[in-house]
Write a protein that binds this ligand. Structure first.
Ligand SMILES: Nc1ncnc2c1ncn2[C@@H]1O[C@H](COP(=O)(O)OP(=O)(O)O)[C@@H](O)[C@H]1O
Ligand SMILES: [Mg+2]
Length: 342
């Protein structure tokens, strides 16, 4: 197992940077999530780590050695792609064995490794089937077994759950996470899904336009976003942002924006809030409205416990006094960066 360290990695395609100077240090055994919107450079960065793409500049270290010049096979990392790329006419056994066969590993060793990887993923009873005879979740496990069969020192996963339906995705998320914790394999997991990132990452690197905006634990990313991009990319609904008189911004999470009488002790900032619409979602009620004294088109959301608030006491058109505890307010400067730490 290995640490992965990137130092100022740049990748340009015809002078256009896809990766714009990424430095990131992933300790041995960490589950690191790369989170960012489509097109921000996540796949390109993963392909550079595994050697399928050559960086324009910058250094990459795996397990303490610079691997810039090493071909993919010699880097000891495995990558699992978004489309699993299983061979439809091969059995599960031969799909898993494939990376070893291309390396001319002796048959006995191959059998041993296939057995080991398929047991690890709980698919040893499926070895004689073909991919079309498998469920989506089973296919995903086969692809994972194939990635692991060479016992890589690091595992790179590129949006591995995007082909699964919502329910299966939640299950597969647990499966990958449990597996990674059991094996302790350094893992770099790419997704555009902030829920996946929050639920799975030991740490998250938030990427935008080929740049890392922030690296931190899910708690740090959620509670102390470094800038407006991170603040509004993570969280659903996103953090409310309003411009204040000084030209900077004030941010607060929907779940911290509450009717004044629901705020317990501690200093709080009050707002006049006009309710426009609300949605009952079972576990919560999302209320949409606008604030008095701020840009009138800006929609503000509140996430309230339905037991405390229903349509009868929060009606469209009504003005209410809402408040945010001062400890839950976040300030950003006019460039969108965090203005103060607390
Ligand atoms: N082989 C390529 N040639 C030219 N441009 C590319 C190539 N691969 C990726 N890009 C561009 O680089 C940017 C980042 O792409 P990618 O790494 O696939 O993003 P992500 O995985 O975050 O969606 C995009 O603008 C994409 O169009
Ligand atoms: Mg991608």
């Amino acid at each position: 197992m290995s640490a992965v360290i990137a130092r100022d990695i740049v990748k340009k395609f015809a002078e256009v940077p896809a990766v714009n100077g990424i430095s990131l240090s992933i300790p041995d055994g960490e589950f690191m999530v790369l989170l960012g919107p489509s097109g921000c450079g996540k796949t390109t960065f993963l392909r550079i780590i595994c050697g399928l793409e050559q960086q324009t500049s910058g250094d990459l270290m795996i397990g303490g050695a610079i691997v810039n010049e090493l071909p993919p096979r010699a880097r000891g990392v495995a990558m699992m792609f978004q489309s699993y790329g299983l061979y439809p006419h091969y059995t599960v056994r031969n799909n898993i064995a494939f990376p070893l066969k291309t390396q001319r590993v002796p048959r006995e060793k191959i059998n041993k490794q296939v057995e080991w990887a398929s047991q690890l993923l709980g698919i040893d009873h499926l070895l004689d089937r073909r991919p079309r005879q498998l469920s989506g979740g089973e296919r995903q496990r086969v692809a994972l077994a194939r990635a692991l069969v060479r016992e890589p020192t690091a595992l790179l996963l590129d949006e591995p759950l995007s082909n699964l339906d919502a329910k299966l995705r939640t299950m597969a998320r647990q499966e990958i996470k449990n597996f990674q914790q059991r094996v302790g394999l350094t893992t770099i997991y790419v997704t555009h899904d902030q829920v996946e990132a929050m639920g799975m990452g030991d740490r998250i690197a938030v990427i935008d336009h080929g740049n890392i905006r922030q690296v931190g634990t899910p708690t740090e990313i959620y509670n102390d976003p470094a800038d407006l991009f991170v603040a509004t990319f993570v969280g659903s609904p996103p953090m409310n942002i309003v411009t204040h008189s000084g030209g900077g911004y004030l941010g607060f999470r929907p779940e911290n924006f509450l009717p004044k009488n629901m705020i317990e002790d501690g200093a709080a900032t009050e707002f006049k809030f006009r309710v426009d619409r609300s949605e009952y979602l079972g576990a919560e009620r999302i209320v949409y409205g606008v604030l008095d004294g701020f840009e009138s088109k800006q929609i503000i959301t509140a996430k309230l416990p339905p037991a405390h608030v229903d349509e009868k006491n929060i009606r469209p058109g009504e003005w209410h006094t809402f408040a945010v505890k001062n400890s839950e307010l976040r300030q950003f400067d006019k460039n969108g960066n965090r203005a103060t730490s607390h």
